[in-house]
Ligand binder design. Structure first.
Ligand code: NAD
Length: 278
């Protein structure tokens, strides 16, 4: 098992045994590709719910996730990396809790009950959930907080674009950015009236003038866009835009694998991607 390290730039000395769920999906494949290039990670199990899809991928040993707890007991991974769907992610987290395997998920679209079940699993195993595993988004979050604090009273609009197969909207990353905008507004040295804190407006149509403090949220779905998020802050005759664009899924896979290596062997609890980077 990999000893916990607080520096992700440091190469772990020991091998980390990895399980991957959602393995035939876009992100699952990116994780397997990235893992194959890391000498310190060994994929001991790659599963998908759909045996037909698993069988169709002749280039890899992807197995149907029929009885995941038994497979985890048999292959003994240190950590499981999941990019599937909210229901399955919760199911997989429970399987990890039952078998003592650390759990990393990049799946988005969880509701409150599902987030609660992930927290329950974290009483038994270390759990790390991130809506976005890119380092650039972490930097964007810091820059957004600074801009919002420095520009009280300015209008804020958020636009996100993803590929045309994405299911949840707005993206999990967009929600994280919105949370950061609202936290920055309420913590900053600015007027803390309700209008200044939160009022999300999802798209606009017809006669709908902007209200004070409103945050406009705009979602676009097209082509194979990996993920683009733009925060626009405007007022006082000036416009600031902060944009992040993921150019391949490899960036998310790399962050998830950094997280997996960092999380293996840690105490039970909830961890964040920002801790991995720090
Ligand atoms: P995808 O549809 O290409 O792949 C999902 C995979 O999970 C498929 O193999 C599918 O068969 C499997 N799956 C889906 N629902 C399942 C269920 N209920 N039970 C069992 N298996 C199930 O999707 P994707 O583009 O790979 O994205 C997967 C998830 O990761 C989404 O929630 C997406 O928003 C999220 N995502 C997160 C990040 C990040 O950095 N955190 C980056 C990209 C995508």
């Amino acid at each position: 098992m990999t000893a916990g390290t607080t520096d992700t730039t440091e190469t772990p000395n020991e091998e980390t045994r990895l399980a991957v769920t959602g393995a035939t999906g876009r992100m699952g494949r990116a994780v397997l590709d990235a893992a194959a290039e890391r000498g310190t990670l060994t994929v001991v199990l790659a599963v998908n719910r759909d045996p037909a899809a698993a069988d169709a991928d002749g280039s890899r040993a992807i197995e149907p996730a029929a009885d995941l707890p038994a497979m985890l007991n048999e292959r003994v991974p240190d950590v499981l990396v999941d990019f599937s769907g909210p229901d399955s992610a919760v199911e997989y987290a429970n399987a990890c809790a039952d078998t003592g395997v650390a759990f990393v998920t990049g799946t988005t679209g969880f509701d409150d009950a599902q987030r609660g079940r992930l927290r329950e699993a974290s009483e038994t195993i270390p759990v790390l959930r991130a809506a976005n595993f890119s380092r650039g988004i972490q930097a964007l979050l810091g820059a957004v907080g600074e801009a919002i604090g420095a520009l009280p009273g300015y209008d804020v609009e958020l636009t996100e674009t993803h590929h045309n197969r994405k299911r949840d909207a707005p993206s999990g990353t967009a929600k994280t950015i919105l949370d950061r905008i609202e936290t920055s507004r309420s913590n900053g040295e600015i007027d803390d009236s309700d209008a200044e804190v939160s009022d999300r407006t999802y798209g606009r149509e017809g006669i709908q003038p902007r209200t004070e403090g409103e945050i406009g949220v705009h979602v676009r779905r097209a082509g194979d866009v990996r993920g683009e998020h733009e925060v626009l802050v405007a007022g006082n005759d000036e416009v600031l835009t902060l944009t992040h664009r993921a150019e391949s899924r490899g960036v998310f896979a790399a962050g998830a694998l950094d997280s997996a290596a960092w999380l293996a062997g840690r105490d039970p609890g909830v961890y964040e991607f920002g801790e991995v980077l720090r």
